[in-house]
Design a protein around this ligand. Sequence first.
Ligand code: ADP
Length: 394
Amino acid sequence: MSMNILLLNAGSSSIKYQVLDMTDERVLATGLIQKIGGAGSTLEHTVGGEEFSLAQDFADHTEALAAMTAMFDAHGPEMSEIRAVGHRTVHGGDRFDHTVLITDEVIQTLVDLSPLAPLHNPPGITAIRAAQAVLPGVPHVAVFDTAFFAHLPAEAYTYAIDRETAQRLKIRRYGFHGTSHNYVSHTVAETLGRPYEDLKMIVLHLGNGASVSAIKDGKPIETSMGLTPLQGLMMGTRSGDIDPGVHAYLYRSGLSMDEIDTLLNKKSGLLGLAGVNDMRDVSDKAATGDPDAQLALDVYVHRLVSYIGSYIALLNGVDAVAFTAGVGENAANIRELVISRLDNLGFHLDPERNAVRSKEPRLISTDDSPVKVLVVPTNEELQMAREVKEVVAG
Ligand code: ADP
């Protein structure tokens, strides 16, 4: 019997999907639906190495998913062979510490948690309802970005603010990108041939969003994102760490709350400093001598080095550091800039290994480097599908 799992990753106007055959973890199809709810919606579907596209306006997620199922019927994979649907869900708050079967009660809890993630949870809920409408006969499962970090130590997740306020409004560090940190840290242990529980690891997920985690005794003990995905590293368009006093200062200077939110989430980071948010463009501009782009790179690297140093202290040493996601997997220049500043801490980069481009997990430190440095391409869909399969199998 087939064990095909459909994975959905919904934003407010887009849905990414993938179908995996979990009998052998093969990708059967991938797709991207864009501009939902506006003019010029598109659907791109890839199956068996062939690409199909459709330009047709989708008023909402239900129409978009109906077009996706029509695409499946026309070109495969078979809709009737989909055994379960996994939904990437950004915020599980303090209610979900693992992947769960979606019930009406789970949906209500997600609605209750929406104020914690106003940009992410509402489109996720819309997509769950739409997917239940087009695929009513199969189990739907929620995989949370926060779940991997649900049991951080209290000293790591607690903010030093008034306890009553924090408890009433559920203000604490939650952490995000958990599916990726989970997948990558386990792949590090497999690649090194060492037991997961024995390794002290730092995972650097550097995509458009970026976060760091520290893992020890088989568990994450710290991560850089917080109540929201705004905290921590400098990112493509997010500021990362900033004096909390800046919010009040901006507000008193005349910006509205929404303007402050937009400034820090969408107009900051690489975009704010260099005018472009893609690391390739920032690096290209810096190479031509653009001082703003150079400063953006310097701040990006400075922040990474200081997080790595802080996590080495929390772990009381480190065995392995892994780079992942768009920047981490592809930007050899960033890896080199970061690792070269840590040579007195036992990080020795092998320049030839660092220059290799590959989809495989790989070591980029020298054989005698005390700290192993790796590049591990993340695979959040595979990790999600494994978890969905487990939930469905009961
Ligand atoms: P997301 O966080 O949206 O899932 P990704 O993990 O795919 O994104 O990362 C996207 C980012 O990765 C891009 O915005 C870009 O900055 C960076 N990136 C992708 N390819 C390269 C490359 N070859 N060199 C440098 N940076 C890259």
